[in-house]
Design a protein around this ligand. Structure first.
Ligand SMILES: [Zn+2]
Length: 92
């Protein structure tokens, strides 16, 4: 049992919604809304990797745009890994 940080009701470890106040638990993302683990993995890891792979094809070679894409993807990737380590958090 854990306690909802908003209303202090007892909540099961497996619950993602507080039955008392409706607070939700999840992976808070850029817009401070929880999106769930699949969304986090998709847009935090798969999309950045896809963009990095697509840029050299689109610009026909590895140039400055590639390294810009790598830098952005690394930033998003580090943010995503940090979110995964922190785990789901409560928000309302
Ligand atoms: Zn609650």
């Amino acid at each position: 049992m854990v306690h909802c940080p908003y209303c202090l009701s007892a909540v099961s470890e497996n619950d993602f919604v507080c039955p008392a106040c409706g607070a939700e638990k999840g992976y808070v993302y850029f817009n401070r809304k929880s999106r769930g683990l699949i969304f986090l993995l998709m847009f935090g890891l798969l999309v950045p990797v896809a963009v990095v792979l697509a840029v050299p094809l689109y610009f026909q070679g590895i140039g400055a745009s590639f390294w810009v894409a790598v830098t952005i993807a690394l930033g998003i990737g580090i943010f995503t890994v940090h979110r995964l380590i922190v785990g789901p958090t409560w928000y309302r």
